[in-house]
Design a protein. Sequence first.
Length: 301
Amino acid sequence: MKNSIQHIRAFLAVAHSGSFAKAAVALHLSPSALTVQIQQLEDWLGVTLLERSPRQVSLTAAGQKTLGPMEKLLLDLDNIVAGSRDLAALRRGVVTIAALPSICSGALPPVLKLFREQFPGVEIRLRDVVAQRIDALVRDGEVDFGLGVRARLGHGLDFEVVMVDRLCLFIPSDHPLASRQSVSISALTGQPMILTGRDSSVRERVEQLFAEEGLHLIPGLEANYMSTVLALVRQGLGMTLLPESADDGRGDLARVPVDHPGVSREIGLITRAGQSLSPAPQRFVELMRSVLDQSDPLPTT
């Protein structure tokens, strides 16, 4: 039945006031229009809801039985509308993100800080995981979107480049290579490298770089987290190739660019194909693009 919500509101107004005249004033309707709405509701339900007499209006047995459920229906509807408007206005909501650990430690924190300042009522849930997990989390709908590499994308996912990340050599400041403007991959051969875990996209790319050059990679220590890798480098236990976004800004390590075209990799927004983002995630993505557009050394392409 069309306009059923208005008809239910009309019934409740009469039931609570006990008067067609009072209910008509409250609803800004003429008494005749209100009467028509009540009659249409009764016709739709197939029962009489109100007993009318010259002196008063009272509920029938059917009216008493339906009063509570109708009140709950309108309360639930009002809550849905209010909640939807809050989400649209970004007064509340949740943004769930799956991203590479290097992005979580480098490019994302400034975006997260700015977003929290602008939209304090929106909760952010960040999952720092390896590349293949990002794709699975997005595809399964466990996160709103991912930030990762293109290589493992499959059916059902879209990829849009948002930034370019580059591998750099991180070494102690007193290392002989620290004063160079750049280094080649060949300059690193024969020296132990501190590597990230075997399921890491960074580890995979480092191994590919050495293999493409026909050079022998000497694994030193191995750690899952890039912050741990950097701590090991600080202790003089070796050198490492990590995304420049992994730089924690402490300034006690030298970061030397690597002269090789393969050190750059595209980082993109990974979403479910054919599905648009809800307001809060969409606003986060827009803010992220704005921040990355202004950032250096991680320009968008």
